[in-house]
Write a protein that binds this ligand. Structure first.
Ligand code: NAD
Length: 310
């Protein structure tokens, strides 16, 4: 029976992951944790600051968990405006969570990102193993984090696993300050105003994925046969490679009058241009059967239907 502690559980991924895990493993077996909590939230929850290693250890021990899913982090655009804070939270939080997992012998998951790649990485069909010289603090944290998780596996035999997520699109919790947030905002504004002004320029391609596929990937990877995992910590996974106009075209199939304009933010545009256009997910497919159910049209239909019902 799995019993899981999720850090950063109030975030874009965590808020949906906790619900999804509870459906799979039972409510009492999934402990959410974050710096704060919504009053109305049900189920086990601990206030845990991940920069406090003892607090992670205590929460994991108190609930007798066998797995930590570590999500607490500062995302790409926010990290660029506060690089020192990003280092302290992204690296300090990660090593604290890994240490708690090592001390208590727990399975461990944390996501890396397409932000781990940089301008010298091959941009098309980006391989699993390739040049990784990111130029953002977030990217530096993600590459170092991938290596640190590998280190805990090789040095201590800790069962660490992870994926490189693309930009994630969802409608439950707003994104936390990443470069691909436009791909969420565009749906909200299409519903409300029938128009959107993109801070990312036309013809700028990035990988994306709909949240249900992102959550399924975590469960599939964590349940995969360990003997088949060659890469373990940083599997490329992607479902969609898209530029703003691709979202515009997909939305227009449902809202024909939708208008897409551009007012490019140079900081986020520069980050976007340093990332791949599309990454190769073949290692994840071969080693643990990753597959995505949503392409841009199927996702758009579902997102707009969900937003209509909110
Ligand atoms: P988010 O910003 O939506 O949520 C992060 C959560 O961490 C927030 O609820 C915040 O309150 C919490 N947090 C911040 N500081 C904390 C601290 N000191 N202690 C405890 N909690 C703290 O982020 P997300 O989108 O859910 O991302 C989760 C993970 O997935 C991150 O590692 C991120 O890099 C990775 N990722 C996300 C995306 C995406 O598109 N959302 C893409 C690639 C990778």
């Amino acid at each position: 029976m799995k019993k899981i502690l999720v850090t950063g559980a109030m975030g874009q991924i965590g808020s949906e992951l906790v619900e999804n895990l509870r459906e799979n493993y039972g409510s009492s077996n999934v402990v959410g944790s974050d710096l704060w909590k919504k009053e109305e939230m049900e189920g086990p929850f601990e206030i845990v600051d991940v920069t406090d290693g003892q607090a992670i250890h205590d929460a994991a021990k108190k609930h007798n968990v066998d797995t930590i899913m570590h999500l607490a982090a500062l995302l790409s655009a926010k990290a660029e405006s506060a690089p020192q804070l990003a280092w302290d939270l992204n690296m300090g939080g990660l090593i604290n969570a890994l240490e708690a997992a090592r001390e208590l012998d727990l399975q461990f998951f944390t996501p890396s990102s397409i932000g781990a790649f940089g301008p010298t990485t091959p941009k098309r069909n980006t391989p699993q193993e390739t040049i990784m010289r990111p130029t953002t603090m977030y990217g530096v944290n993600k590459v170092a984090g991938e290596l640190l998780c590998d280190y805990y596996y090789f040095r201590y035999g800790l069962d660490t696993r992870g994926v490189r997520y693309p930009g994630l699109i969802s409608c439950v919790t707003p994104p936390g300050g990443g470069t691909t947030d436009y791909a969420v905002e565009i749906y909200h504004e299409a519903m409300k105003y029938k128009k959107y002004t993109s801070y990312i320029a036309e013809n700028t391609y990035m990988d994306m994925m709909y949240m249900p596929d992102a959550l399924n990937a975590i469960i599939k990877l964590m349940e995969a046969d360990p003997d088949k995992l060659v890469n373990r910590n940083a599997y490329n996974i992607s479902a969609i490679s898209a530029a703003p106009e691709d979202f515009g075209n997909a939305i227009r199939k449902h809202i024909p009058e939708f208008e897409l304009n551009y007012n490019v933010d140079p900081v986020r545009q520069q980050i976007a241009e340093s990332w791949p256009d599309n990454i190769d997910s073949s290692a994840a497919k071969a080693e643990w059967g990753f597959e995505a159910a949503y392409d841009i049209d199927k996702m758009t239909e579902d997102m707009l239907a969900k937003l209509r019902s909110i």
